[in-house]
Design a protein around this ligand. Structure first.
Ligand code: NAD
Length: 456
């Protein structure tokens, strides 16, 4: 009998779908299909592979509204955000459609002949993704993997498999050959684990928690798999006294509470220069109270529920009776895994709320004394994914951006991700980069070929 995976809608706590639950056998079958499809896919002429990826992007756009509604309901994210994410899926596939014809090699001067380099695909790549941005994070891996000529087995998170399952069908509809894109929806500890151990999988591209990432790196080592890891974060949003405080305060809440705080880039440590702390907190309170928390399918909603009851319990553990709650927004009652946006102030950087990735709508405001203090606090974490610097002093902005140990930084802005720029972590936030041209390096091997040309 086939086992089923019950998929719950976080805003209602009701079952949204029940789908077949993949286990080791299905993971093995998917790897076998991907392995069989690999020689054919890598042999597709670069221009034709590019055309297929563009067609795939077109099909995602055609199904955009259906996919956005599915993602909004399954992940509990506001529909406007889900539409934006589906737009990024299409943009990412289109961006990497430019790659097959641009995977250039080198010619290297050597004695007695010619040396050439080629960028070769790896083979079957396992893609393991989390539930917070299900399809868009998958697309950051699918784009470069497929463009370089690899075939893939995608394992979505068991809480949010629905858009990945649709994507597999859409890929076939777009004309990608059978077996190039394979989806296995099953538990990480069974299905995901099998992919990390499978001898026919050449690489694992993983996004998820630092804890699971450690296990994946260890399991992959047994077969010397290539591994890229996009892991957790505890990013600093540094606000200097000379900044446009109103803009910084208006932007800070959604930089933490966007996606209900379930965002690896969440700027959950808001570092504020002590001389302007009171002014900043006043403006922040106004902004937090204005956040519209509610039904993900309502066009005006800015924040939905958390993904599960377990997540809500974990987030609540940071807001116990001793927590310095300074601001509390509102959230609906009734069914749904709701949690009101919450700001703690003042927080010491050694407190648990400042050290652990809360992955929910809880921000910590940490006062600092001067530039050196701000950099010290920003770097006092095991993570290094993202961050922001708010100041009107251009030289300081660049100085601090260079000093903060983090893969992505924004000045006077809280954005982290663009299709064309590299994204990834320093320290325990990960290994490797996604997006931009840099991602392609992680889905190819360099081959060196020497051709003797001297007459015998
Ligand atoms: P998770 O680590 O629990 O799960 C991620 C994926 O790994 C899921 O598909 C899960 O089924 C699978 N998995 C679990 N155990 C496994 C195992 N033993 N072997 C193989 N696969 C396994 O993470 P999550 O709770 O789904 O997502 C939240 C985490 O993801 C947060 O820590 C967040 O910071 C991180 N994240 C990072 C980025 C980034 O780009 N750096 C982006 C989004 C989320």
């Amino acid at each position: 009998m086939t086992e089923t995976l019950s998929v719950v809608e976080p805003a209602t706590e009701l079952e949204l779908a029940a789908i077949p639950r993949a286990g080791v056998e299905q993971a093995d079958a998917a790897v076998a299909r991907a392995k069989a499809a690999y020689p054919g896919w890598r042999a597709v002429a670069p221009g034709d592979r590019a055309a297929l990826l563009r067609r795939l992007a077109d099909r995602v756009e055609e199904h955009g509204e259906e996919l956005a509604v599915l993602e909004a309901r399954n992940a509990g994210k506001p529909i406007a955000d889900a539409r934006g994410e589906m737009g990024m899926v299409a943009d990412t596939l289109r961006y990497y459609a430019g790659a097959p014809e641009r995977l250039l090699g080198d010619t290297i001067p050597v004695a007695g002949g010619e040396a050439l380099t080629f960028r070769e695909p790896l083979g079957v790549v396992g893609l393991i993704v989390p539930w917070n941005f299900p399809l868009v994070i998958a697309s950051w891996k699918l784009g470069p993997a497929l463009a370089a000529g690899n075939t893939v087995v995608l394992k979505p998170a068991e809480l949010t498999p629905l858009t990945a399952v649709r994507f597999e069908a859409i890929a076939l509809e777009a004309g990608l050959p059978e077996g190039v894109v394979n989806v296995v929806a099953g538990p990480g500890s069974v299905c995901g684990r099998r992919l990390t151990e499978h001898p026919d999988v050449a690489k694992i591209a993983f996004t998820g928690s630092t804890e699971v990432g450690r296990g994946i790196a260890a399991a992959a080592a047994q077969t010397i798999k290539r591994v890229t890891l996009e892991l957790g974060g505890k990013s600093a949003n540094v606000v200097f006294a000379d900044a446009d405080l109103e803009r910084a305060a208006a932007s800070a809440p959604m930089a933490v509470f966007g996606n209900a705080g379930q965002d690896c880039c969440a700027r959950s440590r808001i570092l504020v220069e002590r001389t302007v702390l009171d002014r900043f907190m006043e403006a922040l309170e106004e902004a937090v109270e204005g956040i519209r928390v509610g039904d993900p399918l309502d066009e005006s909603t800015q924040m939905g529920p958390l993904i599960s009851a377990a997540r809500r319990e974990e987030v609540a553990s940071f807001v116990g009776p001793d927590a310095p709650v300074a601001i509390r927004g509102s959230a609906p009652d009734g069914p749904g895994f709701w949690f009101a946006p919450t700001v703690l102030c003042p927080v010491d950087n050694h407190d648990r709320a400042a050290r652990e990735e809360i992955f929910g709508p809880v921000a910590s405001v940490i006062p600092f004394e001067d530039e050196a203090d701000a950099v010290r606090i920003a770097n006092d974490t095991i993570y290094g994914l993202s961050g922001s610097i708010w100041t009107r002093d251009g030289a300081r902005a660049l100085r601090v951006a260079r000093a903060v140990e983090s893969g992505v930084l924004s000045v006077n802005s809280n954005t982290s991700v663009r299709v064309s720029t590299p994204f990834g972590g320093f320290k325990q936030s990960g290994v490797g980069r996604e997006l931009g041209p840099h991602a392609l390096e992680h889905y190819t091997e360099v081959k060196s070929v020497y051709l003797a040309t001297e007459p015998a």
